[in-house]
Design a protein around this ligand. Structure first.
Ligand SMILES: [Zn+2]
Length: 305
């Protein structure tokens, strides 16, 4: 960078629940990390709300002249040119709207956006030191089922930008309605949302955070875990990946039975390959992962501008 005073990018991770921000140096060093409720953005005016939050953050740390770029990860369907958010179920005002162009104009620095799961996988690839030139699949079981596909260093985006909606592949025999409006998507079963319902119905009085510790061997919970393997193995059988990264809030819960999930994936994977030499890596997910992944993305975009 020609201006040595500008030493940070701002990484922003917007989830259904939390908004996280941090300043990250080119070496990946994170500082000024903050977390607040993402409801501050749900005003119906996405660009105004983001501008207000980011400006306040920059002023709080007196960093007006030190920021090179801003990258924002959002749990949305994002257009192929990474300009328009098509649909963000959990945030009011984040549907069919261009975010980076008006925000960049108002803040005076480049602004980049993409799906949050792409930034999570990017961060996991770096943290786990995976070879980016390979085929790498990321599966993130949180509130829903997130999926990112990285092939030879490029994130697959498809014709419209919506590739990797593994949570919305139709499964045989399911009749429940999904949050997307369709019937019988994999996410109806493979999601934290479903786990929460299972706990409420079958283990009243158990905190969801303890469910694997207290009921990990129960048939219902075992079924939940083995069902996760069905969409995961489906994509593995299609793309024959070099690495599989698994993470997300549900997988990070205490005593989640990782071995049981690995076994179920193996059972559903085609023999002899890709089943025989699957390389499964569990994400080293932290509350800062999304912010670091966003910042990584911003640096990679700045490098090619
Ligand atoms: Zn769906």
């Amino acid at each position: 960078m020609d201006d040595i005073m500008k030493k940070y990018v701002i990484g922003i991770d917007i989830g259904g629940t939390n908004l996280r921000m941090g300043m990250v140096t080119q070496d990946g060093e994170l500082s000024h990390f903050i977390k607040k409720s993402s409801s501050v953005l749900s005003t119906g005016q996405a660009v105004d709300a983001l501008e207000e939050q980011i400006s306040a953050y920059i002023d709080q740390f007196d960093a007006r002249n030190q920021v090179n770029a801003i990258a924002i990860g959002i749990p949305s369907i994002v257009s192929k040119d990474k300009k328009v958010l098509y649909s963000t179920p959990n945030l009011d005002g984040f549907n069919n709207i261009n975010i980076p162009d008006p925000l960049s104009e108002r803040l005076g620095v480049p602004v980049f956006i993409d799906r949050d799961v792409n930034f999570l996988l990017l961060n996991d690839i770096r943290q786990c030191k995976l070879d980016e030139s390979k085929t790498i699949l990321g599966f993130y079981v949180g509130t829903g089922l997130g999926n990112a596909i990285c092939i030879e260093g490029k994130f697959l985006s498809g014709k419209n930008g919506v590739a990797g909606e593994l949570g919305h592949i139709p499964m045989y025999g399911l009749t429940q309605k999904c949050t997307c409006g369709n019937i019988g998507c994999s996410e109806v079963l493979c999601s934290g949302r479903h786990l929460e319902e299972l706990v409420k119905t079958n283990f009243p009085g158990t905190e969801i955070s303890n469910v694997f510790t207290l009921h990990g061997d129960d048939e219902i919970i075992t079924r939940f875990v083995t069902d996760l393997a069905i969409p995961i193995a489906t994509e593995i059988n299609i793309l024959d990946p070099d690495y599989i990264v698994i993470g997300g809030g549900v997988i990070s819960m205490c005593d989640f039975p990782k071995e049981k999930l690995i076994q179920a994936i193996y059972q559903c994977a085609r023999k002899p390959y890709p089943a025989e030499n699957l390389q499964i890596v569990f994400s080293k997910h932290t509350p800062q992962s999304g912010v670091l992944g966003s910042a990584d993305y911003a640096y990679s975009k700045l490098a090619i501008q």
